[in-house]
Design a binder for this molecule. Structure first.
Ligand SMILES: *Cc1c(COP(=O)(O)O)cnc(C)c1O
Length: 451
């Protein structure tokens, strides 16, 4: 047998520097790393991330909104290890396995049976593609092939594959690819920050719903579905809005025979204060997408929940009338077992109740920001808290996010502002002390970044 060659360290460089050559990092202008070094993470525990020098960073953004119960969580670790001993993966066409059945049944129960059919994928954008394709195909099956346009909200975000990007309205992700994207209708966001003096968030919601009604009146024969992020447009700078908008949209969708897609990839799984954000409005959509938190931030898993009516529409003697969509890792057993462990933690540790207290502590730790003259639009929805830095308070608005990111790391907290919006979206397991530390550290970091 030939002896294996060990690949030598290129030029004996540290592996972090080598990352900049071999790894093309996501959502990054790589040249910025000439002045901002990568953070070399070697391990994590609870809400803390540790670099290779054992510096600790409090993960205030749940590692891109995925982590719910901390890093290296003993219960989730055990569930994955147990599943690993049984079966790591099997295709889900023609085969099934216990974790995917249990998970689908639990999710159905959480929707009180309203969304009883789960279709799986691996990342959020793919779950959005599934909802869009199912809606489109449904109208063909129902002899309304003209109903094929999608409606999305100004400032919305649904992922970056071409179908999901078409219904996304965040210029920085979209502009370079505009000519590749299908035409959509983009309607006003119900963003509560638009309220003029004397107006409430509910007033803004009603105005936005009125604009949507006008579009539906004119175009409903050509519209398949509307897609929204319930209550918080997260990537759109944590724009928050009144649940009244969701109630109005549900009524309009019923009236004009249009599907409602609720993208709960970021706001689902307890983040908003209820398990599903739609529950704040007392409505159910026709499609509900989940990813990010569903596996506790452990493994890539996403899914699209839908109704009995949708399922029945595809149920046919003809193969081509089925939903012939697939991904290699659809319903992966390890990812499903991580998700099941998370749902078990929700149940056995009364997470939704505890989050009410956590959310109050979060508000207290950022009370200073409510009266800070450099800040406006302080807002909170459950375990998401955000505020905007006034433009006149920033010397260089373009550089602010990176300067704030850098200053916060110096203070031992990981936050990643979006434009002039500073936000935290921590795991659900911070102690009262850690929550307080977070608010103080962010305040010190902001003072530095704006000095
Ligand atoms: C993150 C996100 C997505 C995309 O999920 P990926 O796993 O990154 O593809 C879609 N919709 C919303 C609301 C998101 O926050």
């Amino acid at each position: 047998m030939m002896k294996k060659k060990v690949i030598p360290d290129v030029n004996q460089k540290h592996w972090v520097e080598r990352s900049l050559e071999a790894v093309w990092h996501p959502c990054t202008q790589m040249k910025h790393h000439e002045s901002f070094p990568l953070i070399a993470i070697t391990h994590g525990k609870g809400p803390w991330l540790y670099d290779d020098n054992d510096n600790a960073f409090l993960d205030c953004i749940s590692s891109w909104w995925t982590n719910l119960f901390g890093h290296s969580n003993p219960r989730i670790n055990r569930a994955i290890c147990n599943q690993l001993e049984k079966i790591e993966h099997v295709m889900l066409a023609g085969f099934t396995h216990p974790p995917v059945v249990q998970l689908s049944e639990k999710l159905s129960a959480l929707t009180k049976g309203n969304l009883g059919h789960a279709f799986y994928a691996s990342d959020g954008a793919s779950a959005v593609e599934i909802a869009l394709k199912m809606s489109h195909h449904f109208w063909q099956l129902n002899n309304k092939p003209n109903k094929k346009k999608f409606v999305c909200l100004e400032n919305g975000y649904h992922g970056e594959t071409l179908g999901a990007l078409a219904v996304t309205d965040v210029a920085i992700f979209r502009d370079a690819y505009g000519s590749l994207l299908q035409d959509v209708f983009t309607v006003a966001s119900p963003d509560a920050r638009k309220a003029k003096s004397g107006e409430s968030a509910e007033d803004v919601a009603k105005q936005a719903a009125n604009a949507l009604e006008k579009l539906f009146e004119q175009e409903h024969q050509n519209i398949a579905a509307i897609i929204v992020e319930p209550l918080v447009q997260c990537a759109g700078q944590m724009a928050m809005y009144s649940p009244e908008y969701l109630r109005q949209v549900r009524m309009l969708c019923d009236r004009f025979d249009i599907h409602l897609i609720a993208d709960e990839i970021a706001v689902g799984c307890g983040r908003s204060g209820k398990f599903f954000a739609c529950e704040h409005a007392g409505i159910w959509p026709d499609f509900l997408t989940l990813s990010k938190g569903i596996s506790g931030g452990y493994l890539p898993l996403s899914l699209c929940l839908t109704t009995e009516k949708m399922y029945r529409a595809f149920y046919s003697d003809q193969t081509k009338n089925g939903f012939l969509h697939s991904h290699s890792y659809t319903g992966n057993p390890l990812a499903c077992s991580a998700a099941l462990a998370c749902l078990e933690i929700f149940e056995t540790e009364n997470i939704l109740e505890k989050n009410l207290i956590q959310a109050q502590e979060l508000a207290n730790s950022f009370a200073w920001a409510k009266t800070d003259a450099r800040i406006e639009h302080w807002r909170q929805q459950g375990m998401i808290l955000a505020f905007d830095i006034k433009h006149e308070s920033m010397k260089n608005p373009n550089a602010f996010p990176r300067e704030m990111f850098s200053a916060s790391l110096d203070e031992g907290v990981l936050i990643r502002p979006i434009g002039n919006t500073v936000y935290v979206m921590p795991p659900y397991i911070l102690s009262s002390t850690e929550t307080l530390q977070m608010g103080e550290a962010v305040q010190r970091a902001l003072n530095k970044a704006l000095a």
